[in-house]
Write a protein that binds this ligand. Sequence first.
Ligand code: SF4
Length: 158
Amino acid sequence: MKKKFIHINVFCYLCIAAFLAITITTSIKSGYPWATTCYNCVLGRQICPLGIDPYGFISAAITNDPEIYVDATNIRMRLGNAIDIDPEMILRLPDKSLITAKQLALIKKDMDYEVTTCRIKVKDAATFCPLCGNCDRVCPINLPVLKIIKDLKDDGKF
Ligand code: SF4
């Protein structure tokens, strides 16, 4: 019985080690190995004027993937813009229900209709960010999140 528990422990340690090795490798590839030290305190999320969860930028850096989606609950644009940027982006309607941009376009037809985002790709969130710096200011371990945002603003890539 004791031997069985030792095997389970060893297996768990190996899984954790593999997970850490993968995240460290991908964060080094993105150029932001320090991103792995973020513990997602959620302070930045409460202070972002666009409702962006800054941990989305950190996650993109850790996974080396700017195409992942992030909560962004207060970005406004025309429906036509939303379709051009990403037809799969998730919008929040005035009655609080969620819908993708392409689904709303089928119903609305009016491309000037103003929409509010709910979830968008990290690289797209970066293009809307005015670089106010709030997320850097509130970070308890002084991570320079703005560096990632500025990097993605250039061309949507790391
Ligand atoms: S810098 Fe951008 S992501 Fe950070 S709080 Fe300001 S608007 Fe939000």
